[in-house]
Ligand binder design. Structure first.
Ligand code: SF4
Length: 193
């Protein structure tokens, strides 16, 4: 007997469920599947990606369609060929389409000045300058050259850094080098949290 793989099991289950549902409506499971694909991903390009949310690193299939120079993201789902997630996604990963297309997504940096109650939309130039100024001020204020026992330590105790699970090796290397160059010792990675 042919072994039932996870992928085949899901396919059989979907087909069985569909057969019950559509036979009473007068069209076949194959026709129903065709209609579904026509509505959602017909003619779409599929690309592999990785869920950005956590260190598990589940693989995604992203379906896009380009028309009149505009590319639209149609669908994101788990990659059945990934040995990590085998086609599944947790509830958070299953909403990753919203990360790209949600109307509630904040498209620009927001800044609330000290003492203010309202947020302002600001430019990236303003944001990067502000970050650099605040990092310098914190480092100057909290950098110590010796600990309580007189040992030379040259470290900044007022800044902590947490890397993201979607960092590439190069991004992780660069971030760690930058932080250690500043004397930051509180360095963590989302994968270990
Ligand atoms: S789908 Fe869930 S478990 Fe997988 S990487 Fe994304 S957040 Fe993590």
């Amino acid at each position: 007997m042919e072994p039932v793989t996870r992928r085949r099991f899901l396919g059989l289950t979907a087909a069985g469920t569909g057969a019950v549902g559509v036979s009473a409506l007068g069209f076949s499971t194959a026709e129903a599947t065709q209609v579904k694909q026509r509505l959602r991903i017909e003619g779409a390009q599929v690309k592999r990606s990785v869920c950005p949310y956590c260190a598990v690193g589940c693989s995604l299939l992203a379906y896009t369609k380009t028309e009149n120079g505009h590319t639209e993201l149609l669908q994101i789902e788990g990659d059945p060929d990934s040995p990590v997630n085998e086609g599944t996604l947790c509830p958070k990963g299953a909403t990753s389409l919203q990360l790209a297309i949600s109307k509630r997504r904040v498209p620009s940096p927001m800044y609330r000045p000290p003492g203010a109650t309202d947020w302002q939309t600001v430019s990236w130039d303003f944001t990067l300058d502000k970050l650099a100024q605040n990092i310098k001020a914190s480092r100057d204020r909290t950098f110590i050259t010796q600990d309580a026992n007189g040992n030379v330590v040259n470290r900044c105790e007022g800044i902590a850094f947490a890397g993201g699970a979607a960092f590439s090796s190069e991004e992780g290397y660069l971030a760690a080098k930058l932080m250690r160059g500043l004397g930051v010792v509180h360095i963590e990675q989302q994968a270990r949290v």
